[in-house]
Design a protein around this ligand. Sequence first.
Ligand code: ADP
Ligand code: MG
Length: 382
Amino acid sequence: MLSEEIKNKFTSTFNKNPLVVRSPGRINMIGEHTDYNEGYVMPAAIDKQIVCAISANYNHKCKIIAYDLDDSFEFDITNFKKSDKGWPNYILGVVEQFQKRGMEIRGFDCVFGGDIPLGAGLSSSAAMECAFAFGFNLLYEHNLPKLEIVKLSQAAENEFVGVKCGIMDQFASVHGKVDQIFRLDCKTLEFEYFNFVLDEYRLVLCDTQVKHSLASSEYNTRRNECEEGVAILQKRYKNIHSLRDVTIEVLTKHESEINPVTFKRCKYIVEENARVIDCCDLLQKGDLIGFGENMFQTHEGLSNDYEVSCKELDFLAAKAKESNMVIGARMMGGGFGGCTINIVKIERLDQFINYMTDAYKNEMNRELKTYVVKIENGTSKL
Ligand code: ADP
Ligand code: MG
């Protein structure tokens, strides 16, 4: 088992017993690109995680072993800067956030590793930050509530790593619950859990293994386009602060005042927020088929109106839909690569994976990676 391996590596290296904590990766069932529009998302934590074995060492020096990379990093807790290696920055950023808040962190020894694929859109970075933030919090008895762990981890990624991620990834890693997904209101940070028991289905991620370079520039363009739409509507409606406050009726009424591309972007966001709300009602009724229908529509919107998909994601989403082995499928995450998420009929699980793998190979000439995931509890001590 992963946690045993990490713990054994720690004890054989440092000759003492560590505190062992874990923090999971995440999926987002529905609510894509809505976070920075103060809208709704519906994530969950998964059964892939970062495990961190850690112990205080009573000096200034910190030694970290990245088990999966067979790499290590040492630094002085009183004096450190960004590392060229990349991976240490997710930890240094968390240390810095504790220090910025006036909470002491002394020297530590640590081994960490995990089974979340890196850079596939399952937020291995947030899992790392949350595992360390949770670990430091226990080790140095700072008694931070869960929400502070979330915010501190997000700040580490924003400020030290330099990635302008929203709060969803860290929120899901920390607040996940087994067999439940939650609706997070990205404006108020209120959240509500909904049962998501998949007796007759399995969740499968199909990893395109591509990452088109457009992703970050188009992300900024989308943010600007959404703001442009809001600015136009704000002139008429004082109570509109973001696309979250806009209904499809209001948007359509002013279509002629908005440039057609901006209109399409805004339409997608307004519809996507409505879909999340609809999905909550459907889950309360136990209607997974209806939930899956919304996922198909989300994909259409992301591909045609928001235009953040790519040929690989469109191919996988279309193949899944026409296979009749799924009840819902869509691209997940920012777009231009990463994974599709699929709700697959359990009796077709193996067949689906083979079918998708063969199709991707034959028609796109690419290797497909697939992950079957379960919904698990958030960050915890082991
Ligand atoms: P994502 O969060 O979607 O997985 P990111 O690019 O945001 O992708 O974060 C991936 C980075 O996080 C990796 O390049 C690496 O620096 C770090 N990381 C994640 N998991 C591990 C791990 N198990 N060991 C070492 N570094 C890791
Ligand atoms: Mg990340």
